[in-house]
Design a protein around this ligand. Structure first.
Ligand code: ADP
Length: 287
């Protein structure tokens, strides 16, 4: 582990930081491993915490550490140069955000892997809502929205051996203290600082996210998680367009199934959708 006031860079050289001063500005919001650990209330998650100034992708490093047997570790970076979303789409990760990946070893069969996504999406919303008082919702399947705008996303990557899950890497990207205005308008992005009108304490939010994730992960698969995940959905009740490998459909989301599937009504017929890109269309807005 790098010692206090040192940070890793991916090329292996630890960068000395002068007495905790962050050259990018806002001292009070600079990330520091010891500060995060000192207020961390988790029992096991993130007890091994690796903080980088800049990294290609926290998920990429987490996956390579997971292959070497690391479990429970959390990789955190001030910025990512090659952050990824689903289907290798890029995820903009400028300084000021929360870009982190968790290495988990779920004791569940591959067929239940959707439970991890459900638990961690819910945990991210719970953390944002309880700490900042913002109403965070889940846009199916993995986006975190505030007021209809995207504030973050979850990217889960799993490794299985037959029906057995070996590990899961959960990437969490939150636009915390960043200005989303340079992003293309069609992303409909926002940030926590924009929503709050001032910057937030990332250290406190990281600690809360990890605590909520540990709790939700430990009760993964429960009715409580499913019910609240469903309640937090901003996709339920909406008209959506789903683009999947099998083609494109438009319908109304009448329910969310226990296995995470969207239940779509299309011209009076019900259809289950387990994967795909989801676009919210206008009309039939529930929230
Ligand atoms: P989707 O939102 O379609 O499910 P992903 O979850 O894979 O897609 O996220 C990648 C997409 O999110 C990118 O193609 C881009 O449209 C958008 N995006 C990238 N970076 C950010 C960011 N920091 N904040 C909000 N949206 C972003």
């Amino acid at each position: 582990m790098a010692s206090r006031n040192q940070r890793r860079s991916t090329d292996g050289e630890a960068q000395a930081m002068s007495s905790g001063h962050d050259p990018r500005g806002n001292d009070s919001d600079s990330l520091d491993e010891e500060r995060i650990l000192s207020g961390l209330e988790t029992r096991w998650l993130g007890r091994d915490l690796l903080l980088f100034d800049r990294i290609v992708s926290t998920n990429e490093l987490a996956s390579s550490l997971a292959r070497k047997g690391s479990r429970g570790s959390v990789i955190l970076a001030e910025s990512q140069t090659g952050g990824r979303g689903r289907l290798s789409r890029s995820w903009e990760s400028p300084p000021g955000g929360i870009w982190m990946s968790l290495i988990l070893e779920p004791d569940i069969p591959l067929a239940l892997a959707y439970q991890i996504n459900m638990a961690v999406c819910l945990a991210a919303c719970r953390a944002i809502s309880s700490l900042l008082g913002l109403k965070a919702g889940i846009k199916w399947p993995n986006d975190i929205l505030i007021g209809g705008r995207k504030v973050g996303g979850i990217l889960m990557e799993i490794q299985a051996n037959g029906e057995r899950l070996e590990y899961a890497v959960v990437g969490v990207g939150i636009n915390a203290n960043i200005d989303p205005s340079p992003f293309p308008g069609e992303w409909m992005a926002t940030s926590l600082s924009q929503e709050m009108g001032s910057s937030i304490c990332r250290t406190a939010l990281i600690q809360r996210i990890l605590l909520e994730m540990e709790r939700a992960y430990e009760s993964m698969g429960s009715e409580e998680i499913y019910d609240e995940w469903r309640q937090r959905s901003v996709t339920l009740g909406r008209m959506v367009r789903i683009s999947a490998r099998s083609g494109e459909v438009v319908g109304e989301v009448v329910d969310l199934a226990r296995d995470g599937a969207l239940m779509l009504r299309i011209n009076g017929d019900l259809m289950r959708v387990l994967e795909g890109d989801c676009i919210h269309l206008r009309g039939l807005e529930r929230k």
